[in-house]
Each structure stands twice: as C-alpha cells, then as structure tokens.
Design a protein around this ligand. Structure first.
Ligand SMILES: Cc1ncc(COP(=O)(O)O)c(C=O)c1O
Length: 363
C-alpha cells in the first residue's frame, strides 16, 4: 500500500486498495447506510493531538473499558457537501460547524481541534472520494465528524485519550416525492434539556435520551416531539433534530438560544435570509400558548423546522394537551419554500453565495 502526504497539514494518506463504490446504488440511497472508501483519524494522547491519517473506512478495536461506552464522553457534527460540477464540490458552512464542534468539545471536556486540520481533512477526503458525492439534485455527501473518549480506564472522569474521526456517506434527496409535512406532539412527562445541561451541544447522550419520547410520539401517530422548556413546560425549544420557526403576521419568531437549545447552522441561515429579505426577526422565548393564540386569531402563517437533513420541514400539525393546530400543508408555506430554494441554490452553486456560506473544493 502506498502512503503519501497530499494535504496541507500533513495528513498521511493510506489509500484503499479496492474501492467499494460498486456496492452503492446511487438511485436508492438510504441515509447512513453506505460509507465512502476513506475515513480521517487523529488520536489524542500525552496531552496533544497526534499525527492525522486518512485510511480505508473500516472497523477498529475499542477497549471494553472505554469511557465512551460507559459515560458517553463523545461529540459529533452533521454537515453536507454538494456536487456543483465535474470540477467542484461545495462544503456548506464548515467554519460554523467547526465552531460548534469545538463548543461541544469544551462542554464535554474533550480537547478542541484546529479548523486548519478539519478543513484539510474534509478537502482531502472529498478529493479522494469525489466519486462518492452523488450528483442528482437533492442528494449530498453527508459528513460526520466525531470525537470520543478512548482511554482504557473505568473511572468516571474525563478521559486522557480521545479518537477523532470523520466519515462520509452519500445521501439521497430528503424530499424525493415532494415535501412531507411533519406532525408534532409535546411530550407529557419528558424534557430534552435543561439550561446548564448539555442541550446546546451535540453530544451523544442527548440523542440517546430522546429516543424513548420520540418512540412514544410515533406510537401516538406523530412524526416527532415538540420539546418544551424543562422548567415550566411552557416555552417552545426545538424538534428532534431540527430547530423551529414561526411566521406570525410578518414576523419570523425563532426560540432564542437560551442555553438548552442546539444552535443550528440552518437556523442561522434562515434567520440571516429573513433579515436580508426585510422581515421582522425575533429570537426570543415563545410559549406554546402564544402559538395557539396566533392560530386562533388567524395570524399564524407558517411553522417549519430547519436542519441539515431537510433544510426546511413544514409542520402540518401540532398537538398539545389534547388541543391541535392544523396547518394542513402539502407543501411548505411561501416563506419556508423561499428559504429552501435560496439555501439549496447556494449549496449547489446555482446562485451567488453573498453570505460566504459555501467552501468550494476543486476535485
Ligand atoms: C437537536 C438538534 N437540533 C437542531 C438541529 C439542526 O441543526 P443544523 O441546522 O446545524 O443541522 C440538529 C441537527 O443537527 C439537532 O440534532
């Protein structure tokens, strides 16, 4: 096997001897099932990040005493890159994702990583595996950077050893057959996060804890949970893996980043666009009662989620304490559709990127 250094931060690359790309049906991509030929890896020990490598995607050994398996010391990111043409792939907002990645690291006692290595790893992976970037409109290369504690020690304290990896996966169009409006229900007795906890960072345990309430919402016939604040069960926080927005009159209201809501990258893009387009924009507490009142007086125009997976997800139904809001949408409202079009046009390089959101990679 040939080892070469082809990156600006000296990532050693061990190329695969045999690509697995023939195993992929690019017309039927299922989220998170197929992984590109190569992965990035960098280990932390002796107080420093060691030499970065890119090697064939594959399994690896983990000690049964690894902190992450018992105490969940782990952080991750979820982001995408888009096929523009035969020369270019656009990574969407890598700096913002990396800022959040480091923010998650700080909260979880995990050593931070440099943006230089992060972007070099992404560029090198994308160049090596450019054939894995799906080409059809709506498809993308999903990118999953993550770091986990990998000490061989069962003590309930922060690890001294960490493993940082980046894997990528081709994903299909989220909306292959038109938009699917989601239905939401507020949980009866569960909360997602408390201020001072870990809700505002992307750490493994947040997701594990949300599976049971999500399962219960599904059993009741709803797509996802609409989380309310933990203290008063009154203010709206977010949804599953999306932030939420309300267009009431001509004002876009988004729950403010109070310390328990994940600061979504798409949320930031939606807010920036709304400001650019001259809407009134408010980031503040919004109670479930306020949304019901706006629905009853007819001023609630649109409700939609925002996130990397779908960009925007129209909300068709909200249930809370036996009362419902029915927006009955087959498609997003005008504003959400405009956000979807603008963001995807920028992602695929169809429109000028006046915000500097995309990072083009020459392939
Ligand atoms: C809990 C949670 N909220 C919101 C989001 C949306 O964030 P982003 O737009 O960065 O994907 C995500 C997805 O990452 C999430 O997991």
């Amino acid at each position: 096997m040939m080892n070469e250094i082809i990156s600006s931060t000296n990532i050693t690359v061990h190329p695969t001897e045999e690509s697995r790309i023939h195993e992929v049906d690019f017309n039927n991509l299922v989220f998170g099932k197929k992984f590109s030929d190569h992965m990035f890896e960098m280990k932390f020990s002796e107080g420093v990040w060691q030499e970065p490598v890119i090697k064939p995607f594959g399994t690896f050994e983990v000690t049964p005493a690894s902190n992450v398996l018992h105490y969940g010391q782990a952080v991750f990111e979820g982001m995408k890159a888009f096929y523009v043409d035969e020369n270019t792939v656009n990574i969407y907002r890598p700096e913002t994702h990396h800022e959040r990645f480091n923010h998650s690291c700080r909260r979880m006692c995990i050593p931070e990583t440099s943006y230089e290595t992060f972007i070099d790893a992404l560029e090198t992976l994308i160049r090596l595996d450019h054939q894995w970037v799906p080409k059809k409109n709506g498809t993308a290369l999903y990118i999953r950077p993550f770091i986990f504690a990998s000490d061989n020690l069962l003590a309930a304290r922060s690890s001294d050893k960490f493993t940082y990896q980046i894997i990528t996966s081709p994903v299909g169009a989220y909306y292959a057959e038109g938009f699917n409006p989601v239905s939401l229900t507020t949980p009866e007795k569960y909360v997602r996060a408390v201020v001072g906890g870990t809700g505002n960072v992307k750490t493994a345990g947040n997701y594990a804890a949300s599976f049971l309430p999500a399962q219960k919402a599904k059993e009741k016939g709803f797509t996802q949970v609409l989380w309310l604040d933990a203290k008063e069960q009154k203010y709206i926080e977010e949804v599953g893996t999306m932030n939420i927005h309300f267009l009431i009159g001509d004002t876009l209201i988004t729950p403010g980043l109070n310390g328990s809501i994940l600061p979504g990258v798409t949320r930031r893009s939606v807010i920036a666009l709304a400001k650019e387009w001259g809407y009134n924009v408010e980031e503040r507490k919004i109670s479930i009662d306020e949304v019901f009142e706006a629905y009853e007086d007819g001023s609630l125009k649109e409700v939609f989620g925002s996130g990397t997976a779908a960009v925007v997800s129209p909300v068709g139904l909200i249930e809370h304490n036996g009362k419902t809001i029915e927006l009955d949408r087959e498609k997003p409202g005008e504003f959400a559709q405009k956000c979807f079009d603008e963001i995807t046009d920028i992602q695929y390089g169809r429109k000028e990127d006046q915000f500097g959101w995309v990072h083009p990679v020459s392939i």
